[in-house]
Design a protein around this ligand. Structure first.
Ligand code: ZN
Length: 333
């Protein structure tokens, strides 16, 4: 295209462009760095001989600034027109910005709190920096107890026994120590263990603990509570399996498995071909634990259960790698 024809074409289009959008489109058509009509013309200069360059160069440059100024001028006019337009209200509020959502872990914790509140539980919190006394001793884990080796603990000061709590059972021992039965409480919160993070374990994770202590509490109360809870989380067709399991702070201890919803028990990668998914650990609070916390085990009994929340979040939201929950990805928010 020659220069004269291009200018003519440009002026015609400029006349037809009355608003900012149209002017921007026009600008890109002629001056886009990659494929603008005028840009291409300027580029074509490099193919010409030195004499022709000397002759045409200044003409092109002059035209370049002329056309750009014309667009700029028209933009200003269009802007002024918009400001004066009685149909455009500049005081009108902007559309709301996207503010994100609660973290999936927080969402699930709140849902679970709702459920337990309905059944008369209080929601409690406790310190994340703990003493060995509350984190281990009062939970029937005396010094040197083999179970304390099961948990690689992060100590802030190993001499004085100050540590980052390894479970929210530490709040259980605080509540049993500080309050009189009847007690009905759930404790959500972060816990810390000295573990190398992988797709299903992290050094930082959330635990959800439940504690009930009263006269006449039996394992049947525990089972029915857990059944209701699993139905609430996973639907009425959930199938549970209770089996004996050792946890030092309870006796007897009870592991709770849910039949895998993905394969209906046949075995699949989600349940590691077991057909069942372990959801939580629970049991009747150990005689010694009650005694160590100052509650008379001859009068009161109780149960406790605890579960990792991440595993539930991953099941519920279909998240495959636990680390994704804590790496600040906006996708999850
Ligand atoms: Zn399965």
């Amino acid at each position: 295209m020659d220069v004269v024809k291009l200018e003519k074409e440009f002026n015609k289009e400029l006349e037809q462009s009355s608003n900012l959008d149209q002017l921007d489109t026009l600008y890109l058509k002629y001056f886009s760095k990659t494929n603008g009509l005028f840009t291409n013309l300027l580029k074509s200069l490099s193919n010409l001989s030195i004499e022709e360059k000397k002759k045409l160069g200044p003409v092109y440059n002059q035209l370049n600034s002329k056309l750009r100024n014309q667009i700029e001028e028209s933009r200003k006019n269009a802007q002024q027109k918009e400001i004066n337009d009685p149909l455009i209200d500049l005081t009108y509020p902007l559309p709301a910005k996207k503010t994100g959502a609660l973290h999936p872990t927080t969402q699930l914790i709140r849902e679970m709190n709702e459920f337990f509140r309905y059944y008369g539980f209080s929601v409690a919190e406790g310190p994340e920096i703990e003493t060995e006394e509350y984190n281990f001793r009062k939970l029937n884990l005396p010094e040197g107890h083999p179970a304390t080796d099961l948990q690689d603990t992060l100590y802030l000061n190993s001499k004085s026994g100050i540590l980052l709590r390894t479970h929210t059972s530490s709040v259980e021992s605080r509540i049993l120590t500080d309050y009189k039965p009847p007690i009905r409480v759930v404790v959500p919160g972060p816990c810390f263990r000295n573990e190398t993070p992988n797709s299903t374990n992290g050094s930082f994770f959330y635990q959800y603990q439940g504690v009930v202590v009263d006269k006449g509490i039996t394992i049947q109360h525990l089972k029915s509570t857990l059944e209701l809870f699993h139905k609430f989380l996973f639907g009425n067709d959930v199938v549970l399996r209770f089996r004996y399991k050792y946890y030092p702070e309870v006796s007897p201890g009870m592991g709770t498995d849910m039949r895998c919803k993905f394969c209906n028990g046949a075995g699949c990668p989600v349940c590691k071909y077991r057909g069942w998914i372990e959801i939580l650990g629970s049991g009747m609070i150990h005689y010694n634990t009650l005694k160590l916390c100052g509650i008379d085990p001859e009068v009161y009994t109780g149960f406790a259960f605890g579960m990792g929340i991440e595993r539930l979040v991953m099941q519920k939201f279909g998240i495959e790698d636990m680390r994704d929950l804590y790496e600040g990805g906006m996708v999850y928010l």
